[in-house]
Design a protein around this ligand. Structure first.
Ligand code: URP
Ligand code: ZN
Ligand code: ZN
Length: 462
């Protein structure tokens, strides 16, 4: 058997197993996995001894080229997907936004245009729904048929994205019947709005008031409400960017009762805390995203949640805004700081460092959190999310011992700061393959802009 690429002697790590094996790639797929695969006639032979061979990372929460907060997120589908590739992510699921009065199809067409010809890795879309007349709810079925099988709803951002409980419930009923999955931004937007207005009236305009006006109780309450609505609708629910113990407890209780409740957290909630918002001057604006940073003790709760499967995934909520111009929009008023932070590039390294080197979980659980579980939940498995014969050859040759200090000076995201500046990680992607093509090698992007394809995802079926 001849291979286009033969990866020799690495330790293949999946969500369930770790074993030394060669990986044979032909075309876009893994076609063989085993000891001593024949190198004769192979297009290229890569020595992976000492390296882990991981399935490509899957980031199911990104906002590329997203209009928000009076500006647009700084990475588009070209720069954002290249930065993702440097970090070992080979698939992402971004959010197409349906604005009030528009159809879901309109949202999808708009985001296809943004990604087509630009994305360097494969991508899918969730659809954010911002108004929900009956026609829109009916239209969810046709999106699901086209492979857009998940929908994000907001319980926060009144006047922008927030929808009321009755509409959330209707959308959940439809998702439950049609094989969709509702992704929920769970914060009590009404209560937060009152706190925000009070803070501004008292002259509290600095970035840290973004965090102080969004208490953990508001996230815990909304998470519990979202789960209760999903239970009544007999539908699954996926809580996005879960940041605190109160919300985690709601998910844990629901899962203990056997409900189809899932949640992700993000590296910023695992590595950063409220203390970052005390950075001098306006620097706290670098950490203005939603939900906000929490007191430090929540971090260990979240790590434990990841280890014990109370949380199922780590995604980034990558939504970058440059400090020097975009974040400055809120210099005199924290409510005008565009909400979001950059993180698409360092997810694997951060989670490996804190999770595996930190002694909190195994390399297999790491793979499950950053690749396999997102693939299963969002209808991409087993094409994506594992290393197996027949799966796409989306692979990461990962050096578990290489160290790197994260810095805006060396990252590839198109943003002028790093949320993780100065953090030393141990575990770095050395080579990355997307459908058989080597796209990261020797510290360079060797792929092609526009080579990423739209992924038609399967219906929710867990
Ligand atoms: O601050 C954030 N998270 N910005 C992106 C939008 C969202 O709520 O996910
Ligand atoms: Zn959100
Ligand atoms: Zn988001």
């Amino acid at each position: 058997m001849q291979f286009d690429t033969l990866i020799q002697g690495g330790t293949v790590v999946t969500a369930s197993d770790s074993f030394v094996a060669d990986v044979g790639i032909r075309g876009e797929s893994v076609v063989a996995l085993g000891a001593g695969l024949p190198a004769a006639g192979a297009g290229q032979v890569i020595d992976a001894r000492g390296l882990l061979v991981l399935p490509g990372g899957i980031d199911v929460h990104t906002h590329l080229d997203m209009p928000f907060g009076g500006t647009t997120s700084a990475d588009d589908f070209e720069s954002g997907t290249i930065a993702a590739a440097f970090g070992g992510t080979t698939t992402l699921v971004d959010f197409a936004i349906q604005y009030k009065g528009q159809t879901l199809r309109h949202a999808l067409d708009a985001w296809w245009k943004k990604a087509d010809g630009k994305a360097a890795i494969d991508y899918g879309f969730h659809c954010i729904m911002t108004d929900l007349p009956d026609a829109r709810i009916e239209e969810m079925r046709s999106l699901i048929a086209e492979g857009v099988t998940s929908f994000k709803l907001f319980m926060a951002y009144p006047g922008v994205f927030m929808v009321e409980d009755a509409l959330i419930f209707k959308a959940m009923l439809q998702a439950g019947q049609a094989g969709g999955l509702i992704c929920m931004h769970a914060e009590n937007g009404g209560a937060i709005d009152v706190l925000v207005r009070r803070a501004l009236a008292a002259g509290k305009t600095a970035p840290k008031y973004h965090a102080l006006t969004r208490p953990t109780t508001a996230e815990g309450e909304a998470t519990g409400r979202a789960i209760a609505l999903a239970e009544m609708a007999q539908a699954p629910v996926y809580i996005v960017h879960l940041s605190c113990n109160e919300a985690l407890e709601k998910v844990r209780e629901a899962r203990d009762r056997g409900l189809a409740a899932y949640a992700e957290t993000c590296p910023q909630y695992l590595f950063l805390s409220l203390e970052n918002m005390d950075a001098p001057g306006f620097e706290g604006a670098k950490y203005v995203f939603t939900p906000p940073l929490r007191e430090k003790w929540h971090q260990e709760k979240l790590w434990a949640g990841l280890a014990q499967d109370h949380l199922q995934a780590v995604s980034t909520d990558h939504c970058p805004f440059c400090f020097n111009d975009q974040k400055q929009l809120g210099r005199n008023d924290f409510t005008k700081i565009p909400n979001g932070g950059p993180g698409i590039e360092h997810r694997l390294s951060l989670v490996y460092t804190g999770g595996v080197h930190g002694g909190r979980f195994s390399a297999n659980r790491f793979v499950e959190l950053v690749s396999t579980a997102p693939a299963r939940l969002f209808g991409l498995y087993p094409r994506k999310g594992t290393v197996a014969v027949g799966s796409d050859a989306d692979l990461v040759l990962f050096d578990p011992d290489q160290e790197q200090v994260i810095s805006a000076r060396t990252h590839h995201m198109r943003v002028d700061y790093s949320m993780f500046e100065g953090i030393r990680v141990k575990g770095v992607p050395r080579q990355v393959f997307s459908r058989g093509r080597r796209i990261i090698h020797n510290g360079l992007f060797t792929g092609k802009t526009g080579a990423g394809v739209f992924l038609k995802r399967r219906q929710y079926a867990m």
